[in-house]
Ligand binder design. Structure first.
Ligand code: NI
Length: 184
């Protein structure tokens, strides 16, 4: 099942998501999230972006030909917990399926150490760096109620105000189905 993607302005994107009860069967939900993300050509999707305030996100960078480091990077992160971020900050132009057609440079630390469960409730603690770390940091922000535009300067934010208001109204071009909070 393909979910509509929740647009900027919806309160669910600003809530800290709740832990999922251990042992919950997530098979269908995770399959649906992958289907939804692939339909939208995304490389990461967090549960709040389909309206569910739970601590779950998925990533799939395997189709990015210019990022060979991601060729096996397809995973679900359940109840993840970032333990540490370190290394030099580096900038990259990020985008977000919930904030279509806006890309801005965000600085993030190079390496992230994270504890999480996979879709079968196997526990992991791993370190990721570079683009993998960035995707994880962006998606993890989603379950903390944070968005990449929060990192921008006040000036940049002011410049985006009109575009963001339009996104909240659903007045934006996407090739995927959206759910906009202020759509009339
Ligand atoms: Ni995003």
């Amino acid at each position: 099942m393909i979910y509509p993607i929740v647009m900027y302005g919806d309160a669910v994107l600003r809530k800290r998501a709740s832990d999922i009860e251990k042992g919950t069967d997530l098979t269908q939900l995770i399959a649906d999230m992958f289907e939804t993300m692939h339909e939208a050509n995304g490389i990461g999707l967090a549960a709040p972006q389909i309206g569910k305030s739970i601590r779950l996100f998925i990533v799939d960078g395997t189709s990015l030909e210019d990022e060979p480091t991601l060729k096996d990077f397809k995973k679900a992160f359940v109840n993840p917990q970032i333990i540490d971020e370190h290394g030099e900050e580096w900038g990259f132009e990020e985008g977000c399926l919930s904030i279509p057609n806006i890309r801005e440079e965000v600085l993030r630390k190079k390496t992230v150490r994270i504890k999480y469960f996979d879709e079968n409730w196997n526990a992991f603690e791993e370190e990721f760096d570079g683009m993998k770390a960035r995707i994880i940091q962006h998606e993890y922000d989603h379950i903390e109620g944070k968005l990449f535009i929060d990192y921008l300067s006040p000036l940049k934010k002011r410049m985006l105000k009109g575009k963001l208001a339009n996104i909240s109204k659903g007045d934006v071009d996407t090739e995927y189905r959206i759910a906009a909070p202020l759509k009339k």
